[in-house]
Design a protein. Sequence first.
Length: 391
Amino acid sequence: MIRVAHFRSPEEARKRLSFLEVSSIDAERLCSELRTFLVCMPENDVARFLLDYLPARGIPAVQGKEKILYSISSAEQVEALMKEGPQALSALLPVKEAIGRYLSRDFVVDCRGRKILLGGSAPGGSPRIMGILNVTPDSFSDGGRFNSTEAAVRHGIAMAEEGADIIDVGGESTRPGSSPVSVDEEIVRVVPVISELSRKTDALLSVDTTKAAVAREAVAAGACIINDTSALADDPEMARYAAESGCAVVLMHRRGTPSTMQASPSYGSLFDELLEELAERVEAAVRSGIQRERILVDPGIGFGKRFEDNLALHRHLPDLRNLGRPVVFGPSRKSFIGKITGKDPGDRVFGTAASVAVSTYLGADVLRVHDVPEMRDVVRVVAAIRECSEC
Protein backbone atom coordinates (compact mmCIF):
# COMPACT_ATOMS: atom_id res chain seq x y z
CA MET A 1 0.00 0.00 0.00
CA ILE A 2 1.02 3.63 -0.45
CA ARG A 3 1.70 5.13 2.96
CA VAL A 4 3.07 8.19 4.67
CA ALA A 5 6.11 7.34 6.82
CA HIS A 6 5.94 9.28 10.07
CA PHE A 7 9.03 11.17 11.23
CA ARG A 8 9.65 13.81 13.89
CA SER A 9 13.06 15.01 12.69
CA PRO A 10 15.42 14.64 9.73
CA GLU A 11 17.51 12.24 11.81
CA GLU A 12 14.51 9.99 12.37
CA ALA A 13 13.77 10.13 8.64
CA ARG A 14 17.38 9.11 7.91
CA LYS A 15 17.03 6.06 10.17
CA ARG A 16 13.84 5.02 8.40
CA LEU A 17 15.41 5.49 4.98
CA SER A 18 18.43 3.44 6.04
CA PHE A 19 16.13 0.64 7.24
CA LEU A 20 14.41 0.71 3.84
CA GLU A 21 17.86 0.34 2.20
CA VAL A 22 18.04 3.75 0.59
CA SER A 23 21.69 4.56 -0.16
CA SER A 24 23.32 7.02 2.24
CA ILE A 25 23.91 9.51 -0.58
CA ASP A 26 20.25 9.39 -1.70
CA ALA A 27 19.02 9.52 1.89
CA GLU A 28 21.10 12.62 2.59
CA ARG A 29 19.87 14.26 -0.60
CA LEU A 30 16.23 13.60 0.27
CA CYS A 31 16.63 14.69 3.91
CA SER A 32 18.29 17.94 2.85
CA GLU A 33 15.06 18.77 0.98
CA LEU A 34 12.66 17.12 3.44
CA ARG A 35 9.07 18.31 3.26
CA THR A 36 5.93 17.65 5.29
CA PHE A 37 5.09 14.15 4.00
CA LEU A 38 7.50 11.30 3.31
CA VAL A 39 5.56 9.03 0.98
CA CYS A 40 6.54 5.38 0.55
CA MET A 41 5.10 3.16 -2.18
CA PRO A 42 5.89 -0.31 -3.53
CA GLU A 43 8.10 -0.35 -6.60
CA ASN A 44 5.99 -0.86 -9.73
CA ASP A 45 5.49 0.85 -13.09
CA VAL A 46 3.63 3.77 -11.51
CA ALA A 47 6.30 4.24 -8.84
CA ARG A 48 9.07 4.17 -11.45
CA PHE A 49 7.19 6.79 -13.45
CA LEU A 50 7.06 9.03 -10.37
CA LEU A 51 10.76 8.42 -9.68
CA ASP A 52 11.49 10.31 -12.91
CA TYR A 53 8.46 12.61 -13.00
CA LEU A 54 8.72 14.18 -9.53
CA PRO A 55 12.42 15.22 -9.49
CA ALA A 56 11.89 16.96 -12.82
CA ARG A 57 9.44 19.17 -10.93
CA GLY A 58 11.72 19.84 -7.98
CA ILE A 59 10.36 17.11 -5.71
CA PRO A 60 13.03 14.80 -4.23
CA ALA A 61 12.53 11.07 -4.87
CA VAL A 62 14.76 8.07 -4.09
CA GLN A 63 14.76 4.31 -4.44
CA GLY A 64 15.02 1.77 -1.63
CA LYS A 65 14.63 -2.00 -1.55
CA GLU A 66 11.43 -2.61 -3.54
CA LYS A 67 10.25 0.88 -2.51
CA ILE A 68 10.12 4.36 -4.00
CA LEU A 69 10.11 7.28 -1.55
CA TYR A 70 9.52 10.96 -2.13
CA SER A 71 8.86 14.04 -0.05
CA ILE A 72 5.72 16.11 -0.71
CA SER A 73 4.81 19.48 0.80
CA SER A 74 1.02 19.18 0.87
CA ALA A 75 -2.07 17.55 -0.57
CA GLU A 76 -2.55 20.76 -2.56
CA GLN A 77 0.83 20.23 -4.22
CA VAL A 78 -0.29 16.74 -5.26
CA GLU A 79 -3.56 18.16 -6.64
CA ALA A 80 -1.66 20.72 -8.71
CA LEU A 81 0.56 18.00 -10.20
CA MET A 82 -2.50 15.85 -10.98
CA LYS A 83 -3.70 18.55 -13.39
CA GLU A 84 -0.70 18.11 -15.67
CA GLY A 85 -2.17 15.21 -17.60
CA PRO A 86 -3.91 11.82 -17.49
CA GLN A 87 -0.79 9.86 -16.51
CA ALA A 88 -0.02 12.22 -13.62
CA LEU A 89 -3.67 12.11 -12.53
CA SER A 90 -3.71 8.31 -12.53
CA ALA A 91 -0.38 8.02 -10.69
CA LEU A 92 -1.01 10.68 -8.07
CA LEU A 93 -4.67 10.15 -7.17
CA PRO A 94 -3.77 7.22 -4.85
CA VAL A 95 -1.07 9.42 -3.29
CA LYS A 96 -3.64 12.12 -2.54
CA GLU A 97 -5.94 9.49 -1.01
CA ALA A 98 -3.07 8.12 1.12
CA ILE A 99 -2.30 11.59 2.50
CA GLY A 100 -6.01 12.07 3.21
CA ARG A 101 -6.14 8.85 5.24
CA TYR A 102 -3.01 9.83 7.14
CA LEU A 103 -4.49 13.22 8.04
CA SER A 104 -7.76 11.73 9.33
CA ARG A 105 -8.17 12.80 12.95
CA ASP A 106 -11.89 13.34 13.60
CA PHE A 107 -14.05 10.24 13.98
CA VAL A 108 -17.68 9.64 14.90
CA VAL A 109 -18.17 5.89 15.33
CA ASP A 110 -21.68 4.42 15.26
CA CYS A 111 -22.19 1.66 17.84
CA ARG A 112 -25.69 0.33 17.09
CA GLY A 113 -27.15 3.82 17.15
CA ARG A 114 -24.97 5.15 19.95
CA LYS A 115 -22.23 7.50 18.78
CA ILE A 116 -18.75 7.78 20.26
CA LEU A 117 -16.51 10.72 19.34
CA LEU A 118 -12.85 9.84 18.87
CA GLY A 119 -9.62 11.59 17.93
CA GLY A 120 -9.98 15.31 17.39
CA SER A 121 -13.75 15.01 17.88
CA ALA A 122 -13.36 13.65 21.42
CA PRO A 123 -13.72 16.11 24.33
CA GLY A 124 -10.33 17.75 24.84
CA GLY A 125 -8.87 15.42 22.21
CA SER A 126 -8.46 12.86 24.98
CA PRO A 127 -8.41 9.13 24.15
CA ARG A 128 -11.30 7.04 25.41
CA ILE A 129 -10.74 4.40 28.07
CA MET A 130 -11.76 0.80 27.39
CA GLY A 131 -11.80 -1.14 30.65
CA ILE A 132 -10.80 -4.80 30.45
CA LEU A 133 -13.21 -7.24 32.13
CA ASN A 134 -11.97 -10.81 31.81
CA VAL A 135 -14.58 -13.36 32.89
CA THR A 136 -12.10 -16.23 32.66
CA PRO A 137 -10.18 -18.46 35.06
CA ASP A 138 -6.89 -18.17 33.14
CA SER A 139 -6.32 -14.59 31.99
CA PHE A 140 -2.60 -13.71 32.15
CA SER A 141 -3.25 -10.74 34.45
CA ASP A 142 -6.35 -11.26 36.58
CA GLY A 143 -7.47 -14.82 35.84
CA GLY A 144 -10.12 -15.97 38.29
CA ARG A 145 -10.66 -12.62 40.06
CA PHE A 146 -13.89 -11.93 38.20
CA ASN A 147 -14.82 -15.49 37.34
CA SER A 148 -18.35 -15.21 38.75
CA THR A 149 -21.13 -13.10 37.26
CA GLU A 150 -21.57 -11.16 40.50
CA ALA A 151 -17.87 -10.28 40.86
CA ALA A 152 -17.59 -9.36 37.20
CA VAL A 153 -20.65 -7.10 37.30
CA ARG A 154 -19.39 -5.34 40.43
CA HIS A 155 -16.04 -4.72 38.76
CA GLY A 156 -17.68 -3.51 35.55
CA ILE A 157 -19.85 -1.04 37.46
CA ALA A 158 -16.77 0.18 39.34
CA MET A 159 -14.85 0.71 36.09
CA ALA A 160 -17.74 2.71 34.64
CA GLU A 161 -17.86 4.87 37.77
CA GLU A 162 -14.09 5.35 37.57
CA GLY A 163 -14.32 6.74 34.03
CA ALA A 164 -14.33 3.85 31.56
CA ASP A 165 -16.12 4.89 28.39
CA ILE A 166 -16.22 1.28 27.15
CA ILE A 167 -16.20 -2.01 29.06
CA ASP A 168 -14.73 -4.90 27.08
CA VAL A 169 -16.06 -8.25 28.32
CA GLY A 170 -14.17 -11.39 27.35
CA GLY A 171 -14.88 -15.02 28.17
CA GLU A 172 -11.91 -16.69 26.49
CA SER A 173 -8.29 -16.02 27.39
CA THR A 174 -6.10 -14.88 24.51
CA ARG A 175 -2.84 -15.01 26.46
CA PRO A 176 0.06 -16.68 24.62
CA GLY A 177 -0.27 -20.46 24.83
CA SER A 178 -3.95 -20.43 25.82
CA SER A 179 -6.45 -22.95 24.47
CA PRO A 180 -9.88 -22.10 23.05
CA VAL A 181 -13.11 -22.70 24.95
CA SER A 182 -16.42 -23.88 23.53
CA VAL A 183 -19.05 -21.50 22.22
CA ASP A 184 -21.47 -22.55 24.94
CA GLU A 185 -18.95 -21.99 27.72
CA GLU A 186 -18.01 -18.56 26.39
CA ILE A 187 -21.68 -17.55 26.15
CA VAL A 188 -22.32 -18.70 29.74
CA ARG A 189 -19.40 -16.58 30.92
CA VAL A 190 -20.07 -13.29 29.12
CA VAL A 191 -23.77 -12.93 28.37
CA PRO A 192 -25.10 -12.64 31.96
CA VAL A 193 -22.41 -10.05 32.72
CA ILE A 194 -23.22 -7.95 29.64
CA SER A 195 -26.93 -8.22 30.36
CA GLU A 196 -26.51 -6.91 33.91
CA LEU A 197 -24.07 -4.16 32.92
CA SER A 198 -26.42 -2.96 30.17
CA ARG A 199 -29.04 -2.33 32.86
CA LYS A 200 -26.73 -0.85 35.47
CA THR A 201 -24.24 1.35 33.56
CA ASP A 202 -24.24 3.82 30.68
CA ALA A 203 -20.85 2.67 29.41
CA LEU A 204 -20.64 1.27 25.91
CA LEU A 205 -20.31 -2.52 26.12
CA SER A 206 -17.90 -4.49 23.97
CA VAL A 207 -17.61 -8.24 23.59
CA ASP A 208 -14.10 -9.61 23.11
CA THR A 209 -14.67 -12.69 20.95
CA THR A 210 -13.78 -14.30 17.64
CA LYS A 211 -17.01 -16.36 17.48
CA ALA A 212 -20.12 -15.14 15.66
CA ALA A 213 -22.47 -17.15 17.89
CA VAL A 214 -21.01 -15.52 21.00
CA ALA A 215 -21.20 -12.08 19.42
CA ARG A 216 -24.84 -12.63 18.50
CA GLU A 217 -25.83 -13.51 22.07
CA ALA A 218 -23.71 -10.72 23.54
CA VAL A 219 -25.27 -8.10 21.25
CA ALA A 220 -28.76 -9.35 22.15
CA ALA A 221 -27.76 -8.81 25.80
CA GLY A 222 -26.60 -5.23 25.20
CA ALA A 223 -23.14 -5.17 23.57
CA CYS A 224 -22.65 -2.63 20.79
CA ILE A 225 -18.98 -3.24 19.91
CA ILE A 226 -17.40 -6.46 18.65
CA ASN A 227 -13.70 -6.69 19.49
CA ASP A 228 -12.29 -9.50 17.35
CA THR A 229 -8.62 -10.39 17.87
CA SER A 230 -8.62 -12.28 14.57
CA ALA A 231 -9.94 -9.27 12.61
CA LEU A 232 -12.99 -11.37 11.57
CA ALA A 233 -10.79 -14.15 10.13
CA ASP A 234 -11.34 -17.04 12.58
CA ASP A 235 -15.10 -17.50 12.10
CA PRO A 236 -16.42 -17.26 8.53
CA GLU A 237 -19.80 -16.14 9.91
CA MET A 238 -18.44 -13.25 11.97
CA ALA A 239 -18.13 -10.65 9.22
CA ARG A 240 -21.67 -11.25 7.99
CA TYR A 241 -23.10 -11.04 11.49
CA ALA A 242 -21.08 -7.93 12.34
CA ALA A 243 -22.46 -6.25 9.22
CA GLU A 244 -26.04 -7.14 10.18
CA SER A 245 -25.65 -6.13 13.81
CA GLY A 246 -24.82 -2.46 13.34
CA CYS A 247 -22.05 -2.81 15.91
CA ALA A 248 -18.76 -0.99 15.78
CA VAL A 249 -15.97 -3.49 15.08
CA VAL A 250 -12.38 -3.56 16.33
CA LEU A 251 -10.07 -5.34 13.88
CA MET A 252 -6.84 -6.45 15.55
CA HIS A 253 -3.62 -7.53 13.87
CA ARG A 254 -2.51 -11.00 14.95
CA ARG A 255 -0.16 -13.59 13.52
CA GLY A 256 -1.18 -17.19 14.28
CA THR A 257 -3.53 -18.17 17.11
CA PRO A 258 -3.16 -17.51 20.85
CA SER A 259 -1.74 -21.01 21.29
CA THR A 260 0.98 -20.48 18.64
CA MET A 261 1.42 -16.73 18.08
CA GLN A 262 4.47 -16.26 20.31
CA ALA A 263 6.32 -19.41 19.17
CA SER A 264 8.62 -17.61 16.70
CA PRO A 265 7.13 -14.38 15.34
CA SER A 266 9.21 -12.62 12.70
CA TYR A 267 8.90 -9.65 10.36
CA GLY A 268 11.04 -8.34 7.55
CA SER A 269 9.50 -4.89 7.92
CA LEU A 270 7.00 -4.69 10.77
CA PHE A 271 5.02 -1.69 9.58
CA ASP A 272 4.96 -2.61 5.90
CA GLU A 273 3.58 -6.04 6.78
CA LEU A 274 1.28 -4.94 9.59
CA LEU A 275 -0.28 -2.15 7.53
CA GLU A 276 -0.74 -4.39 4.49
CA GLU A 277 -2.38 -7.11 6.57
CA LEU A 278 -4.64 -4.78 8.55
CA ALA A 279 -5.60 -2.85 5.41
CA GLU A 280 -6.64 -6.14 3.78
CA ARG A 281 -8.80 -6.98 6.81
CA VAL A 282 -10.42 -3.54 6.72
CA GLU A 283 -11.26 -3.96 3.04
CA ALA A 284 -12.57 -7.49 3.67
CA ALA A 285 -14.85 -6.09 6.38
CA VAL A 286 -16.12 -3.37 4.04
CA ARG A 287 -16.77 -5.94 1.30
CA SER A 288 -18.83 -7.90 3.84
CA GLY A 289 -21.10 -4.92 4.36
CA ILE A 290 -19.55 -3.31 7.44
CA GLN A 291 -19.52 0.46 7.02
CA ARG A 292 -15.98 1.84 7.11
CA GLU A 293 -17.14 4.42 9.67
CA ARG A 294 -17.86 1.58 12.13
CA ILE A 295 -14.34 0.12 11.97
CA LEU A 296 -11.51 0.65 14.47
CA VAL A 297 -8.04 -0.90 14.17
CA ASP A 298 -5.71 -2.36 16.78
CA PRO A 299 -2.04 -3.20 16.01
CA GLY A 300 -2.19 -6.15 18.42
CA ILE A 301 0.59 -5.42 20.87
CA GLY A 302 1.75 -8.76 22.28
CA PHE A 303 -0.11 -10.78 19.63
CA GLY A 304 2.50 -12.43 17.43
CA LYS A 305 5.04 -9.68 18.16
CA ARG A 306 8.63 -9.77 19.34
CA PHE A 307 9.84 -7.61 22.22
CA GLU A 308 11.34 -5.08 19.80
CA ASP A 309 8.13 -5.07 17.73
CA ASN A 310 6.10 -4.06 20.79
CA LEU A 311 8.44 -1.15 21.44
CA ALA A 312 8.34 -0.08 17.78
CA LEU A 313 4.53 -0.11 17.87
CA HIS A 314 4.78 2.72 20.39
CA ARG A 315 7.44 4.75 18.64
CA HIS A 316 5.84 4.50 15.21
CA LEU A 317 2.21 4.50 16.32
CA PRO A 318 1.39 7.49 14.02
CA ASP A 319 2.11 5.20 11.04
CA LEU A 320 -1.19 3.47 11.83
CA ARG A 321 -2.90 6.66 10.66
CA ASN A 322 -2.30 5.32 7.16
CA LEU A 323 -5.33 3.11 7.68
CA GLY A 324 -7.59 6.14 8.09
CA ARG A 325 -9.44 4.68 11.08
CA PRO A 326 -9.30 5.28 14.85
CA VAL A 327 -6.62 3.31 16.69
CA VAL A 328 -7.21 1.07 19.71
CA PHE A 329 -4.07 0.33 21.73
CA GLY A 330 -3.85 -2.31 24.45
CA PRO A 331 -0.49 -2.38 26.28
CA SER A 332 -1.90 -2.95 29.76
CA ARG A 333 0.30 -5.17 31.96
CA LYS A 334 1.75 -6.90 28.88
CA SER A 335 4.89 -9.04 29.01
CA PHE A 336 7.11 -6.46 27.31
CA ILE A 337 6.57 -4.27 30.39
CA GLY A 338 7.51 -7.19 32.62
CA LYS A 339 10.66 -7.81 30.60
CA ILE A 340 11.74 -4.19 31.08
CA THR A 341 10.74 -3.78 34.74
CA GLY A 342 11.01 -7.33 36.08
CA LYS A 343 7.52 -6.93 37.59
CA ASP A 344 4.69 -9.46 37.69
CA PRO A 345 1.47 -8.55 35.80
CA GLY A 346 -0.33 -7.16 38.84
CA ASP A 347 2.59 -4.83 39.62
CA ARG A 348 2.92 -3.28 36.16
CA VAL A 349 0.69 -0.23 36.69
CA PHE A 350 3.56 2.28 36.42
CA GLY A 351 5.04 0.55 33.39
CA THR A 352 1.58 0.54 31.82
CA ALA A 353 1.23 4.24 32.64
CA ALA A 354 4.43 5.00 30.74
CA SER A 355 3.16 3.09 27.71
CA VAL A 356 -0.25 4.78 27.90
CA ALA A 357 1.39 8.22 28.15
CA VAL A 358 3.51 7.65 25.04
CA SER A 359 0.64 6.18 23.02
CA THR A 360 -1.69 9.00 24.07
CA TYR A 361 0.83 11.61 22.99
CA LEU A 362 1.38 9.89 19.65
CA GLY A 363 -2.30 9.62 18.81
CA ALA A 364 -4.02 6.47 20.12
CA ASP A 365 -7.80 7.00 20.17
CA VAL A 366 -8.83 4.25 22.59
CA LEU A 367 -6.68 2.80 25.40
CA ARG A 368 -7.60 -0.71 26.51
CA VAL A 369 -6.50 -1.02 30.16
CA HIS A 370 -7.02 -2.85 33.44
CA ASP A 371 -6.37 0.07 35.81
CA VAL A 372 -9.07 2.52 34.80
CA PRO A 373 -8.77 5.45 37.27
CA GLU A 374 -4.97 5.56 37.04
CA MET A 375 -4.94 5.49 33.24
CA ARG A 376 -7.83 7.96 33.06
CA ASP A 377 -5.60 10.47 34.85
CA VAL A 378 -2.65 9.66 32.58
CA VAL A 379 -4.57 10.28 29.34
CA ARG A 380 -6.16 13.48 30.63
CA VAL A 381 -2.84 15.00 31.65
CA VAL A 382 -1.03 13.94 28.47
CA ALA A 383 -3.88 15.09 26.23
CA ALA A 384 -3.91 18.47 28.00
CA ILE A 385 -0.17 18.86 27.42
CA ARG A 386 -0.46 17.79 23.79
CA GLU A 387 -3.41 20.09 23.02
CA CYS A 388 -2.31 23.18 24.99
CA SER A 389 -2.07 26.49 23.15
CA GLU A 390 1.20 28.21 22.30
CA CYS A 391 2.37 30.91 24.71
